[in-house]
Design a protein around this ligand. Structure first.
Ligand SMILES: [Mg+2]
Ligand SMILES: [Zn+2]
Length: 165
């Protein structure tokens, strides 16, 4: 991962916020459906000077349903879509653990280690960042890291106003 200083970050949950959450795991790029408004809104935020960081639980890895390489393939696919629109996601953080299969970890949301790592990596202060998620555990992770949480409805997509509402 390339080192960078990005003073303000928008953290994004993945499934249900960026892409359609079918109620089961998404690990096949062909089934990765970007939700309405997402690409335009992310591009707008990038142009406003925000870094974009995806923060996603992928407990299906611990469960043996798919591999880390599948997670990378999905993220590579989405990064490619962003690149076609002229911007990039600054980082993807994922937790491959699940307490029922691999034991407890500190990264799985509602834990906030992924957020802490990203804040440190990019040199950002929690108070300058927001976390957009569709689940209470996203909000708990945000609170744990001292970041403002913005709860959105699952699968509704994104628009630029939501971080100022
Ligand atoms: Mg979600
Ligand atoms: Zn973890």
């Amino acid at each position: 991962m390339r080192k960078a200083i990005l003073e303000k970050l928008i953290f994004l949950d993945r499934d249900g916020v960026i892409n359609y959450e079918p109620g089961t795991y998404t690990w096949d790029p062909e089934k990765f459906q970007v939700l309405p408004g997402v690409m335009d809104t992310l591009k707008y935020w990038k142009n406003q000077g925000y870094g974009l960081v995806v923060i996603t639980n992928q407990g299906g890895v611990a469960r043996g349903l798919y591999s880390k390489n599948d997670v990378f393939a999905v993220h590579h696919y989405f990064q490619g879509l962003c690149n076609l629109q002229g911007f990039n996601i600054d980082a993807f953080y994922y937790c491959p653990h699940h307490e029922n299969y691999s034991g407890r970890c500190l990264c799985r949301k509602p834990g906030h280690l992924m957020l802490d790592k990203a804040l440190h990596h990019f040199g950002a202060l929690p108070g300058d960042c927001v976390f957009i998620g569709d689940n209470e555990r996203d909000m708990a992770a945000a609170a744990g890291a001292g970041v403002k949480g913005v709860l959105v409805e699952t699968n509704i997509g994104l628009s630029a106003e939501i971080i100022h509402a």
